[in-house]
Design a protein. Structure first.
Length: 220
């Protein structure tokens, strides 16, 4: 039975609240199951896999079984990705912390490291959506996560603003952090990244169709 009007909207909101709380709980449990260090990456990949399905309108999915299946399947690969990201992030942090702040030479180096750090931040924003949306090799995820984020800076900037507002809201109401923090973050990132994917894929299709038309004209 479908509810209409205000009751229907209230039901939809309640349903989304329960969904996000449930997957946030699963993320916490499976992160702890991997002793956090080994569990957080596969749990995050599984979370984004579920969120992606919901963003695409696939609401009637077996959440727990898909979460568990993804967690097991992506355990090794996602942890390898996490190790790469952690090493890169640590190296950038050390560089920024240790490079002297005085002198033109060191200022230029710090500026270069800062540019690389911003690029790394863009990569981090898109790496999980790209990972669960496409079936590529590990290096391709790293490459295209940055390319897509840099190619659509308005979406990337909007994503940053939304995440800042989420952080601000959670600091005001910290009691909801165990229930919605990671799942809400994942939903915002996946929802906006999906718009980027759609635009990029439509652009690629248009280029291909234009190329086919030109080729057909030349052959005629």
């Amino acid at each position: 039975m479908k509810l209409g009007g205000l009751s229907g909207e209230f039901f939809k909101i309640s349903e989304w609240i329960s969904r996000l709380a449930y997957v946030n709980f699963l993320w916490l449990v499976f992160s702890l199951a991997g002793l956090i260090f080994f569990g957080i990456m596969p749990a995050t990949v599984a979370l984004f896999t579920i969120i992606r399905k919901w963003v695409l309108g696939q609401n009637d999915i077996p959440v727990f079984s898909l979460f568990w299946k993804t967690y097991r399947k992506e355990f090794m690969k996602s942890n390898l990705l996490g190790a790469i990201l952690a090493i890169c992030g640590y190296m950038l942090y050390v560089d920024l912390a240790l490079i002297p702040t005085e002198g033109i030479f060191y200022t230029a180096i710090r500026f270069g490291v800062l540019v690389i750090s911003i690029s790394f931040l863009i990569l981090l924003l898109f790496i999980f959506p790209v990972y669960v949306h496409y079936n590529w090799k590990l290096t391709m995820y790293l490459k295209y996560a940055f390319i897509l984020g840099a190619s659509y800076p308005h979406f990337t900037f909007g994503m940053m603003i939304c995440l800042f507002l989420l952080y601000f809201a959670l600091t005001i109401v910290p009691g909801v952090i165990p229930f919605f923090s990671v799942s809400l973050l994942a939903f915002i990132v996946m929802w906006m990244a999906n718009h980027v994917f759609t635009k990029a894929e439509n652009l690629a299709l248009n280029k291909n169709s234009t190329g086919n038309k030109v080729e057909s004209t030349l052959s005629d």
